[in-house]
Design a protein around this ligand. Sequence first.
Ligand code: ADP
Length: 313
Amino acid sequence: MTESAIETAGLSKSYGDKVVLDGVDLQVAEGTIFSLLGPNGAGKTTMVQILSTLIRADGGQVRVAGHDVAREPDAVRAAIGVTGQFSAVDNLLTGEENLRLMADLHHLPRAEGRRRVAALLEEWDLVDAAGKMAAAYSGGMRRRLDIAMTLVGDPRIIFLDEPTTGLDPRSRRAMWRIVRSLAARGVTIFLTTQYLEEADQLADRIALLDHGRLIAEGTPQELKRLVPGGHIRLTFADPDALRSAMAALGTGSLDEDALTLRIPSDGGVRSMRDLFARLDHLSIEVEAMSVHTPDLDDVFLTLTGRPDKEPQR
Ligand code: ADP
């Protein structure tokens, strides 16, 4: 078995009376994308701050890259990169200067530092912007610069704290490509997000954090399987067709006003084909249909009894 890139046991943290992390146990395998998912205020940023040695836990064990964060913080820092809310980008420097500064901080020899900076500018599509002050960068450029700065130190583990909060859909998709390309190099990614779809798209494993506790952990498929609720909704032209369909299929819930029939389904092609074959056989016309497969919103609702909809920061 390979060693976990990140491992916590009984991790806890409070601010005054407020318990922010309440005994969190988690393991992140090397080379995987792990997403810590939770609404605003769940404790995600606090978790990242502890794992990346920025603040200390009150209790529990935390190992990152094989080192104890409390006893060997320097060894942890040498192995990780952090981007996101504590971005190191200096607005008054150009993109290139920011990268050079990182190369100096990592004590890279001058020639190697220049090579690495040039390669990163190229790779992260910042060549044209290299000479502009970071203050003038767009949100997407800024995050690319932030990630490029992290990569100067060649980290084995990267923490991405809400990397797409506030980005438009196009920049969000671009960021997803970036995360996948980082993972393809074998870097372990610890990603926090409030977006269910993002965790679903990117993560090998997801943990749901709610009020400082992990309420579920697994692959996206495992989490979705926890939650029933997949169904097909069929709409008919008139009440006769609706009732005939109900009689023919022998299952489902009727909505007479909307002329719809909701049938439990895994949304798979085979079950859909069977369904339509039976309706076709009786010449029952379907006007419209939609397939609902359970998503992570359903998971959150099922596990917490409330939807994951809280105000944006
Ligand atoms: P998230 O990143 O999931 O939105 P945070 O980790 O930022 O959550 O915050 C979790 C809770 O801890 C929030 O209620 C927040 O107000 C509180 N908190 C975070 N940092 C501090 C601090 N330095 N002092 C007091 N309370 C804090």
